[in-house]
Write a new protein. Structure first.
Length: 556
């Protein structure tokens, strides 16, 4: 497709992508994609995992190894200079544009930042390379950039390593690094996926403010339709490497023209749980009173040589999880949600009263006594990221059957295999669908399929209580809906109880019977789901709900 070079007129888009193809070994994964981004515009590139949206963005910077990229990506020149085709520039010229005219914020800052360098030094390094500042000038400018992104105590945080910052602070540091070169275009790849709901809102507001102040354009890559509606001017929808629809956000959301877009917008959590009161004749799956969990830390100053202090992560928590019901736990990062879950799983020492599955953990809770091992069979967990929670070196049969080898070692190989196949069938994975299923490895499955494998691993021991730690936050909206439907069906069929930890209020509305809200290790509000979310009493709960539902899609 022949396109005349862009003139450096004020009406030309900042970036025009035309007829973009990305191929690996002759197989195309991006098919003829084309879109424009105007100066100061916010465009959202939306689609499920595998749709090609991240590959499209990375190919513009020529950061996709072993890919054959064709087409044109015309970036308007600075100061009246002619447009440059990013896909045909020499590598040396591209090095000047990467992190210069075009910067990128990655999804997970913990893996994108250098763990061996202080964040201030990493930002200063960009300033020295791109702006030619001296070391002292770059160091001072790095502190100013951290301050501009809202990092508290920026001078002190500049000397901190990535692991010493919270998730929100790390993401702000990544944004500060991206802004160091004063880019004209910012590529933001799922910049809020790993953050809780209030931090998501803060990062979105920060990007909007910075975009208005600097006039830069933003290409937001996301599967979160809530973010698109709150942030973007225009949206482009990708399905299997093809751009199927694009236009103003209000128009596309109000009247989607393509069936795939309609399916994405219709993939909202739906409530389908047993609403009847808990059965009085069944003991609760878990009960806690005045639960307290503390971590030892060094005391400040010289006292740290002789005595230890403590950090109280959970203080005086009360909760009840009736049989066959779901208790939702909401709160920001650091509120104590995961610590509470680990105590219920018998992985942390605690004080107070705690009963699970009709028994109590022997202290210290970590000891592998016969009583504790019996309880662990009744209390299982499903983690947030199925890819990191499944061993890449074990087959599906070994992963799902591992619990049987520990808790029911007496059965033969054939019996154990039959139970593994049954557990996988219960979560919708069969040999007919996936030939050689038992011998496959986790990397051969999609994110939703891996999460089904993780659920099968937990279910094979027939537990009474499942701890669900953000079970859908890493999944696309359509896959999220499928996993929630699966969990709802299993609860109704087996009478399972769930402890559901999530920052997604829509998931809580779809799944939970009761809710507790945690802040700074304390339960600040508790009650039936509708009461807590529709008429919150505590200011913190009201803030969480407002942040989660601002621009959110309704629950069906």
């Amino acid at each position: 497709m022949n396109i005349a070079p862009l003139s450096p007129s004020s009406t030309a888009p900042l970036l025009r992508v035309e007829d973009l193809y990305v191929r690996f070994g002759g197989k195309a994964v991006v098919h003829g994609v084309g879109f424009d981004i105007g100066a100061g515009e916010k465009l959202a590139l939306v689609g499920e995992s595998g749709s090609g949206k991240t590959i499209t963005a990375l190919s513009l910077l020529r950061l996709v190894p072993d890919a054959h990229v064709t087409g044109r990506a015309l970036l308007q020149g600075r100061g009246g200079a002619p447009a440059q085709d990013l896909l045909s520039l020499p590598e040396q010229a591209m090095r000047g544009l990467r992190g210069g005219d075009i910067a990128m914020v990655f999804q997970e800052p913990m893996t994108a930042l250098n763990p061996l360098m202080a964040v201030g030094a990493q930002i200063a390094e960009v300033l020295q390379l791109k702006q030619g500042l001296t070391r002292s000038q770059a160091t001072a400018q790095a502190v100013e950039l951290l301050a501009s992104t809202g990092v508290p105590e920026p001078a002190r945080r500049a000397g901190a390593f990535p692991h010493q910052l919270s998730g929100g602070q790390r993401q702000r540091a990544m944004i500060a690094m991206a802004l160091a070169s004063r880019p004209r275009l910012l590529l933001a790849d799922e910049p809020t996926t790993a953050l809780d709901v209030t931090l998501r809102g803060q990062i979105l507001e920060l990007l909007s403010d910075l975009q208005r102040q600097t006039g830069m354009a933003v290409l937001l890559i996301t599967h979160d339709l809530h973010l698109v509606r709150r942030f973007a001017d225009r949206v482009a929808v990708m399905e299997r490497g093809v751009l199927v629809e694009q236009g103003p956000v209000a128009d596309v959301f109000a009247a989607p023209a393509h069936a795939y877009t309609r399916r994405l917008l219709g993939s909202v959590p739906r409530r389908d749980v047993v609403e009847a009161p808990a059965a009085a004749d069944r003991p609760p799956a878990a009960r806690a009173r005045r639960l307290r969990v503390a971590y030892p830390i060094p005391a400040p100053g010289l006292r740290g040589w002789f005595r230890r202090g403590e950090f109280v992560a959970v203080q005086g928590a009360d909760l009840d999880i009736p049989a066959g019901r779901t208790l939702g736990v909401v709160g920001e990062s650091g509120s104590g949600k995961s610590t509470l879950a680990q105590a219920l799983l018998g992985l942390l020492p605690f004080q107070g009263e705690l009963a699970v599955a009709g028994g109590a953990w022997e202290m210290p809770a970590q000891r592998n006594s016969a009583a504790n091992q019996a309880l662990r069979r009744s209390v299982q967990v499903v983690f947030q990221d199925p890819f990191s929670s499944l061993s890449p070196r074990l087959t599906v049969e070994e992963i799902v059957g591992e619990g049987l080898r520990v808790h029911a070692p007496g059965g033969g190989v054939a019996e154990r295999r039959a139970r593994v196949e049954s557990a996988l069938a219960d979560v919708g994975l069969t040999q007919a669908q996936f030939p050689g299923l038992l011998g496959r490895y986790p990397h051969e499955f999609s994110g939703g399929q891996r999460q089904r494998i993780a659920i099968a691993r937990a279910l094979i021991l027939e537990p009474q209580l499942l701890v669900l730690d953000e079970p859908t936050s890493a999944l696309d909206v359509t896959i999220q809906q499928q996993v929630l439907v699966l969990l709802q069906r299993l609860q109704k069929e087996r009478g399972l109880s769930y402890l559901l930890i999530t920052h997604d209020v829509a998931v809580i509305r779809a799944m939970a019977h009761d809710v507790i809200v945690m802040k700074d290790g304390e339960v600040v509000e508790a009650g039936p789901m509708a009461q807590v979310l529709d008429a919150p009493r505590h200011p913190y709960t009201r803030r969480l709900v407002a942040a989660a539902e601002a621009g959110a899609l309704p629950v069906a």
